[in-house]
Design a protein. Structure first.
Length: 79
């Protein structure tokens, strides 16, 4: 299952993302973050983190550096 989800994200990065203007407000990009989160925490927790990240990626959020956490948490970072 993990491999399937990661391949879906890679498909998005390779074929869909290049057709859109760059809009991610964070570093790493949301799709790269999703790959790293799924790799580190597995499908369920990784996708939860990725969804939370995408929800925060909007014009009301300043964005910036936001790496995948070392330990699983949905809490916001105070930087």
């Amino acid at each position: 299952m993990r491999r399937f989800v990661m391949n879906c994200i890679r498909f998005y990065q390779k074929y869909i993302s290049p057709m859109k203007p760059p809009t991610c407000r964070f570093t790493p990009t949301c799709s790269t973050y999703a790959l790293q989160a799924v790799e580190r925490f597995g499908v369920f927790k990784g996708l939860l983190l990725a969804i939370w990240r995408v929800l925060r990626c909007n014009p009301l959020n300043p964005g910036g550096e936001d790496p995948v956490p070392e330990k699983f948490t949905l809490r916001r970072r105070s930087t």
